[in-house]
Design a protein around this ligand. Sequence first.
Ligand code: FES
Length: 106
Amino acid sequence: MSGVSAEFVEVAHTDELSPGQMKRVQVQGQRLLLCRTEEGWYCVDEMCSHEDYSLYFGCIKGRAIKCSLHGSHFDLATGAPLNDPADAPIRTYPVRIEGERVCVRV
Ligand code: FES
């Protein structure tokens, strides 16, 4: 795998997740979380910015994802931490829905 692609890559079908659910995906070697909320689809880094811990073990609350290790929430749209102890954002990635395909660009 080499080079940087600006292409959107299919990572799921729209019927795979209900609001409040998430899926681990890998795009170009990066471990990401695809999240569905009542508002729509989001894609963020899988690992928390506070310590090396998977946000997959947390849960989606509204438009935020909660880390289950120390309880920080991150805004899924911006990646910004919403409460201590995390003080650095997680990265966010654009998601595009193409028919029944959920596509992400890294
Ligand atoms: S590892 Fe996520 S808040 Fe500490």
